[in-house]
Design a protein around this ligand. Structure first.
Ligand code: NAP
Length: 335
């Protein structure tokens, strides 16, 4: 059986998802595409050589009987409407992060899914599908380093064109907020955000870097350096310090060079290259489970918890205070 997918949003990531669903992932076919700019959707279909119909409206795409499942890859503020419409149509929906741009919007999606009575929503937190993070989680679960006590993490981008305000938290840090609670299987209790000396190389008005200090419900302490104008590469680091050892997120494979009296290895510069395998695995597993009538990936609840946690980090940044993170009790529906 083939999953007939409709993709909403043909910007940067929408196009890569259409490409991977068409050329890399098995079991799916992109049959419908929509973008707020219809000509852009048509251009994506043409350039990617996909046999898909361009729909003038996202609602029409969601409701057509030709589409079995929906991928939402449009601008963040549109996600809530399209995910809720997909739930109303009873269709599985993969939504790029953020699930919604406010915690309240995420909660509405959670409530709509519970009312529908079946899990339909998966959120695009692709780091859970990265082989390195999966190996790190297995190491923790095997007890190899004893109980985790502290995590030291870094999220560095070479530059962050278009970043303003709190986007380092709401757009970038959300990946750490998801993957770290998944690694530890614990939610956060509080956040504090420290603003070190500002780099001169950030866009005007943008604070960069940040240090985000998180405490989990069991008292594990996490520090995340967020530095989105580090210049030298796209560099994601995660070290777990346990009772009897430490475990590090593996570096992406790269040839080591001994040349001209130097020993070196490359560092990737683009997040798309760093996580390409994770994106491919994420979509293959989404297609496989959707065809089996299951929803196994990051849930609407995960999207909601990350949104609540990110809001607390933003509040902590502006107040300079340690800010509680209050996560309501997880509904049995998501246990
Ligand atoms: P983008 O290049 O700006 O693409 C967004 C697309 O959505 C554009 O084609 C835009 O059209 C379209 N759009 C806007 N409003 C729409 C509407 N009402 N209906 C249908 N389409 C609409 O942004 P992007 O980088 O692809 O990001 C898209 C989403 O993916 C964002 O939520 C982003 O956070 C997420 N993302 C996730 C990751 C990840 O690591 N998982 C990475 C990158 C992006 P116009 O160009 O005509 O405005």
């Amino acid at each position: 059986m083939t999953l007939r997918v409709g993709v909403i949003g043909t910007g940067a990531i929408g196009k890569t998802h259409i490409h991977r669903l068409t050329r890399t992932v098995s079991g799916a076919r992109v049959v419908a595409v929509n973008d707020v700019t219809e000509a852009q959707a048509q251009a994506a279909v043409d350039s990617l050589q996909v046999d898909a119909k361009v729909y003038a409206s996202a609602q029409e795409l969601i409701n057509t009987a030709d589409v079995d499942a929906v991928v939402v890859a449009s601008w963040g503020p549109t996600h809530e409407e399209f995910v809720i419409a997909s739930i109303a149509a009873g269709k599985p929906v993969f939504c790029e992060k953020p699930l919604a741009v406010t915690a309240e919007g995420c909660r509405k999606i959670v409530d709509a899914e519970i009312a529908h009575g079946k899990k339909l929503v998966q959120v695009g937190f692709m780091r859970r599908y990265d082989q390195g993070y999966r190996a790190l989680k297995e190491t923790i679960l095997a007890g190899t380093i004893g109980a985790p006590l502290m995590l030291h993490c870094a999220h560095r981008n070479p530059t962050a064109p278009g970043f303003s305000g709190d986007m380092a938290i709401t757009d970038s840090l959300v990946h750490e907020l998801d993957v770290l609670r998944w690694l530890l299987d614990e939610d956060y209790l509080s956040a504090q955000v420290i603003q070190p000396k500002r780099t001169r190389l950030a866009d005007e008005g943008l604070q960069d870097p940040h240090i985000i200090l998180l405490e989990t419900t069991q008292g594990i302490r996490i520090d995340v350096e967020s530095f989105v104008n580090c210049q030298y590469g796209y560099d994601i680091q995660c070290q777990v310090v346990g009772e009897t050892g430490t475990a590090n997120l593996p570096e992406p494979p790269s040839v080591t060079l001994r040349r001209e009296a130097k020993f070196s290895r490359g560092i990737l510069t683009d997040w798309k290259d760093r996580f390409v395998d994770a994106f491919n695995t994420e979509f293959q597993e989404w297609v496989n489970s959707t065809l089996e009538g299951k929803m196994l990936g990051p849930s609407a609840w995960d999207g909601y918890v990350v949104s609540v946690s990110a809001d607390a980090c933003v509040a902590a940044k502006h107040s300079g205070q340690i800010t509680p993170i209050s996560i309501p009790e997880r509904p049995a529906f998501y246990s």
